[in-house]
Ligand binder design. Structure first.
Ligand SMILES: [Zn+2]
Length: 353
């Protein structure tokens, strides 16, 4: 409840609400509709109804010549408003028409129909200049650019496609078209003592795979659908604690809760103790000097890791992808059996993932 109130205070600040209002409204909606605790649901519902009336014109105004990014932002705002019962059919129809004018790359940095998530997309430069794929130096300030990992590119594409499809406006690709590259991200490597620089982004790719498949806390997922992700999460929660990272620990915990683990499970307990031990006095989690998005996101993640969910059964938000998940899981099983055979181990001991 103290964490929830912290995020409420963030949202009350007009300068924060102006930038993050849609995202914060998603948050209040998720807590209000998926928490098991009636008190938490009620508090989040009251906060949401207070903030929904503060949406200003910026969140709904259609610019004269929108680019793909403007359309994405308007879709996110429209989708989050719809979750609170505010519908604008005219805006949606307009967005749908405008969205068709852009290619998948303009929304997602790549076209999932023709290639896997790439590793040559530059991170946004501090100077604000946009840079095209493959560029080594920023065209604005000539600084050396770093590239997003393919995990990060895929994760952003997955959440964008999820929101677009849930709202009813295609943002470059369908959810399933992005999801089909999941096997390309496997197998996942552990932190390797800090040597694996993909580790951080792999964690968030997996947690956001869980959120988009379970509609952000609505459904439980079977570990049999995503065995490699389930094993990765179970094996590496300790790394989030070692990194003293409550945001990451929260992402591990709520993803594992979705797979059916409980707070008193021996795998989960150290993560729960860690989060309970590092809440700030103001109710937040994480670095109090960090910028506000990082502060409320860490608090959101920690809350999601600690609260209990009112699961509505074992189900997928996009049931059409189930045959793929099953096929990939089956392929993995037979690959493992093949490896066991090849190494002369007739059974018994599992080959480590
Ligand atoms: Zn630059």
């Amino acid at each position: 409840m103290r964490g929830l109130r912290f995020i409420h205070r963030v949202a009350l600040k007009p300068r924060h609400f102006k930038v993050y209002g849609s995202n914060l409204l998603y948050f209040f909606n998720f807590v209000a509709t998926t928490s098991k605790s009636p008190a938490l649901r009620e508090a989040a519902r009251e906060m949401a109804s207070h903030h929904i009336g503060r949406r200003n014109g910026d969140a709904t105004r259609f610019p004269p010549d929108p680019d793909a990014d403007d359309i994405t932002q308007l879709v996110l705002a429209g989708h989050s408003a719809e979750k609170h019962g505010l519908r604008d059919r005219a805006l949606k129809a307009r967005l749908r028409r405008a969205a068709e004018g852009f290619r998948a790359e303009e929304y997602l940095w790549f076209d999932p129909l023709v290639e896997p998530p790439p590793d040559d997309v530059p991170e946004a430069c501090d100077c604000g200049a946009g840079n095209e794929r493959g560029r080594k130096r920023c065209r604005g300030c000539r600084r050396k650019l770093s590239y997003m990992t393919r995990y990060r590119v895929w994760c952003l594409a997955l959440t964008t496609a999820y929101s677009g499809e849930s709202y009813g406006v295609r943002l470059g690709a369908s959810y399933a078209e992005v999801l089909r590259w999941l096997p390309y991200l496997r197998p996942y490597r552990g932190p390797e003592g800090g040597a694996n620089h993909d580790f951080y982004d792999a964690v968030y790719a997996i947690s956001h795979l869980v959120y988009t498949l379970n509609d952000y806390g609505r459904y439980r997922l079977s570990p049999a659908w995503l065995p490699e992700e389930f094993e990765f999460l179970s094996a590496n929660l300790s790394e989030a604690i070692a990194r003293d990272d409550p945001d990451m620990a929260g992402e591990f915990l709520d993803s594992l809760l979705a797979f059916g683990r409980t707070h008193d499970d021996p795998v989960m307990r150290p993560g729960v103790e860690f989060l309970l031990s590092c809440q700030n006095r103001d109710g937040s989690w994480g670095d109090r000097q960090a910028e506000i998005y990082a502060r409320y996101h860490a608090t959101w993640a920690a809350l999601d890791g600690l609260r209990e969910y009112d699961w509505r059964g074992e189900k997928l938000r996009f049931p059409e992808v189930l045959p793929w998940l099953e096929f990939w899981a089956k392929g993995r099983k037979s690959r493992r059996a093949g490896r066991r055979k090849a190494s002369g181990n007739g059974g018994g001991a599992e080959v480590s993932a």
